[in-house]
Design a protein around this ligand. Sequence first.
Ligand code: PMP
Length: 455
Amino acid sequence: MLKTTASNERPPSHLFYQSRLRRPLVDRAEGIYLWDQDGRRVIDGSSGAMVVNIGHGNRNVLEAMKRQMDRVTFAYRLHFENEPAEELARRAAEKLPEGMDKIFFVSGGSEAVESCLKLARQWAVATGQKDRWKVISRFPSYHGGTLGALAITGYAALSDPFSPMMREMPKVPAPTAYLDRDNLTMEQRGIKYADMLEDKIQSEGPESVLAFIMEPIGGASTGALVAPDSYYRRIREICDKYGILLIHDEVMSGAGRTGKFLGGDHWDCKPDLIALSKGFASGYCPLGAMAAPSRLVQPVLDAGGFQHGFTYAGNPLACAAGLAVLDEIDRLGLIDNAAVMGDALKAELVALSERFPFIGDVRGKGLLLAAEFVSDRETMKPLPKELNAHQRVVDLAYERGLIIYSRRTRGGVEGDHFLVCPPMIITREQIGEIVAILGDVLEQLATELNLPVNR
Ligand code: PMP
């Protein structure tokens, strides 16, 4: 058994991630809480990285995984099919928009996005459209860390070091209509942003464009960005007009987090391909998926097969976990709970913005929510970068036992925001706990950074 080590007496580590910062050692987790090895409890107000949608330590999921472990944990897909993968594909297809009846399993979000890009391309080749290869995406955005997914990610700090190694793809501005100070209505702004896609298609050459990818509800890069309703409709029209595939990256917004199974389900704008991960197996196992309609898959299979796949695809243990997660989402009514609790939490965040006028915008759907800091609400001017408000708010929250997620988005839009995305099992009382901590945090932030407070 591993020795339990208090965090202040840990030896140097052989492990490394992005930074030199050491984190506490996690000991255990239950529901919306995590404990470190010093016995300190924190609220998982970001569900990890918007992953643990059904909460930690769900007994039914763990039991289902144990049952699967006793049978088989790996069988290579070229040698065997397995029941959990078959059943999960069937159940997922039932929850997806009609016609999205083919599921391709992977182990994470970047792999899911890469799979969408590669299926789209192979479909174009198989159907005599070889000149189509450009994938337009938005700026800012995040679609993954692998070089293909990075090429469509609108986040300069992440992609710049690698630009000689990949073919960067065209970008259009993300629909940050809430920042615009023009005389247009929100609906007109939605059309304006969507039309930027049409302009880009025209300037790139419509016959060279393969697909457009977007997060229907933004993740960390934009802080839960929701476009005006008109945007979604118009994007679909434009893609149809030019024969371009619409890919929805639902890695963060999918699996119920926004109060519907998919973020895109809030609008009538069916995509052609969908990438899923994170909440899909809720962190119980690495799992992701691409969903596609037969009309795209069949020509690829007929033309000789999909030249793509990962060793761990359709892993029986990961799929058993994913299946049990879907069962729990249904049994506990978690998508409805995400909608109801999301509304309650959003209302609390709006109330905080009345007390703290340096919160300029509260946005998102369900439990994918964000608040953005501004120095002036009229102009929506961001706080000065040097204040490092997005990092400070996370640190102050952590000191008070709450994990939240934040960014100062680099890209077209500068501005600090923080996301509050607790697990979908959250109760009204627990929301109260989070909001009380956030109130203290913002009070302290205002004092430290000399920001205004309404008393
Ligand atoms: N797409 C989106 C929208 C994401 O939020 C993420 C992860 N933050 C990814 C793709 C990449 O997923 P992963 O880190 O599992 O590869």
